[in-house]
Design a protein around this ligand. Structure first.
Ligand code: ATP
Ligand code: MG
Length: 475
């Protein structure tokens, strides 16, 4: 498909309420993506430039000096007949000693066991891994028998949590394979059943991106690569294992994961993967809503919210998931508008404090500008916010607790801005609202305290939402 061939430029102009509330399906099918070609002339501050391949290759070559280009980097289906590539690398210093213990005990008992996934990827990219997962030929019951301090979790696909001190968990999963295509219905590629045990190479191949499918052999100090992931680590690109269109249709949440890894790890996306994101974005509407909600939160939590949402907007993914926000952004027509500045400030503070903000703070910040637009001048701000949020809450399965807190913060916001805090200052919601306020003010260039002192605001303290009855509108 030639770049941008089936997409027409976005209409601009002020949004109407009707446009804001366009249905999910309409947003997915009719709205054109803001393909890289269309945005070529947009002014994007270098620091905030989204990490899409086109821009990376033009402006910032990857660290090893090789130009990131699609040519020759698209993997075909993994060929396992010749066995995996083995790369001698000593990752010992970065590994978690407890993960090493798990691997060693499994291999001593005759099983294959490797450190896999994000931990290996992050070490190779010289990042601090969040955690370490193990993949093994041992069945869950065998793992359970070897580790007294473990428990089997999961109903459909069982895996084992091996528990260590201070709440550390080493997730240990038996190799599994992707279901046969013959097990799927008709042309439908969506994977509904992902719980069949398999071999090591099948386990590598069923993973999402090549950089996430590298196995580390602790004993021989080697990375075992069945899928061509090492060249992608070296070239710093995100690529699906196999055809990106197929892999995104199998599981559309992978689209959000591609955006997350590209943004968080500063990796390029090859043109074929970028085009597949644009092409398949509509299928996000079929993904499980709690997974979408969780992945969107991950985009906000990890210090790369600005780049993530930019990429999501540019590819049209935001039109599908958050058409309300995407319409607002298109109307604002500014690359340096408040929403973008808020996300940049959020990233700065997240990195500074080294931990994510509360989910309520994240959702309020993301939606604050469009919410202010719909609530300003309204007599009943809570009701106006309710009407704006309701379709979004349904679409993404936003927990009531969060939606309710967002609404209440937005309703009280003008009073915060005016410094009239009153009794609200004594409610559990105040700490969260104050974090939103400080980040928002920081983004608008006001001087604010450099660090937010005092205890971290935490919405788990909030009482559950009162069940709200919709009031009838008076005509
Ligand atoms: P993070 O650092 O964000 O945790 P991660 O790569 O560890 O990144 P997880 O969600 O913890 O991501 O998943 C662990 C591994 O499971 C991934 O590295 C990948 O190999 C595999 N995986 C996760 N989600 C999918 C998916 N939707 N499709 C295929 N494989 C997946
Ligand atoms: Mg992980």
């Amino acid at each position: 498909m030639p770049p941008g061939a089936c997409y027409t430029p976005l209409a601009s102009g002020r949004a109407t309420a009707a446009r804001r509330s366009r249905s999910l399906a309409l947003a997915a099918d009719d709205r054109p993506a803001r393909h890289a070609e269309e945005k070529k002339n947009r002014r994007v501050p270098a620091e905030s430039a989204p990490p899409s391949l086109t821009r990376r290759s033009e402006k910032s070559p990857p660290r090893d000096g090789a130009r990131v280009s699609g040519a020759g980097l698209e993997p075909s289906e993994p060929d396992v007949s010749e066995g995996p590539a083995r790369h001698p690398v000593d990752l010992t210093d970065g590994l978690d000693p407890d993960a090493v213990k798990v691997v060693r005990r499994l291999t001593r008992h005759g099983y294959d066991a490797y450190v896999v996934g994000g931990g290996v990827r992050d070490l190779l990219l010289e990042r601090n891994p969040k955690d370490f997962d193990i993949a093994t030929s041992a069945r869950p019951d065998d793992v359970r028998t070897l580790f007294r301090n473990s428990r089997i979790i999961g109903r459909r696909f069982k895996l084992v949590h091996v528990l260590f001190s201070q709440g550390k968990v080493i997730e240990t999963a038996t190799f599994r394979r992707a279901p046969d295509t013959s097990e799927r219905e008709g042309d439908d590629l969506l994977i509904r059943n992902d719980n069949v045990f398999g071999d090591a190479h099948e386990d590598a191949a069923r993973r999402d991106f090549t950089i996430n499918a590298l196995f580390y052999d602790v004993e021989n100090k080697e990375v075992i690569d069945w899928v061509g992931g090492m060249p992608h680590i070296q070239n710093r690109i995100v690529h699906t294992i196999g055809d990106p269109v197929v892999r995104f249709q199998e599981d559309p949440v992978r689209i959000l994961r591609a955006i997350k890894f590209s943004a968080r790890l500063d990796l390029g996306i090859t043109p074929d993967v970028y085009d597949a994101i644009v092409q398949c974005r509509g299928s996000l509407a079929m993904a499980a809503r709690p997974r979408l909600f969780e992945e969107l939160l991950r985009l906000l939590r990890e210090g790369a919210a600005h780049r993530s949402f930019w990429l999501a907007w540019e590819t049209g993914v935001l039109d599908v998931l958050l058409p309300e926000l995407s319409a607002y952004l298109s109307d604002a027509e500014e690359e340096d508008g408040v929403v973008w500045r808020v996300l940049r400030e959020l990233d700065r503070r997240t990195r500074e404090r080294g931990e994510p903000f509360d989910d309520v703070v994240l959702w309020t910040l993301l939606l604050l500008e469009p919410l202010r637009e719909v609530t300003d001048g309204e007599k009943d701000r809570v009701e106006a916010a309710y009407e704006f949020l309701e379709p979004l809450v349904d679409r993404l399965n936003v927990p009531r607790r969060i939606a309710d807190a967002v609404r209440r913060i937005v309703a009280i916001y003008p009073r915060l801005e005016a410094g009239r805090i009153g009794r609200f200052g004594k409610t559990p919601l105040f700490a969260l609202a104050n974090e939103v306020f400080e980040i928002h003010r920081g983004a608008k260039g006001h001087r604010v305290r450099e660090t937010l002192d005092g205890p971290r605001a935490d919405s788990s303290e909030l009482a559950g939402p009162k069940r709200r009855r919709r009031r009838r509108r008076r005509t």
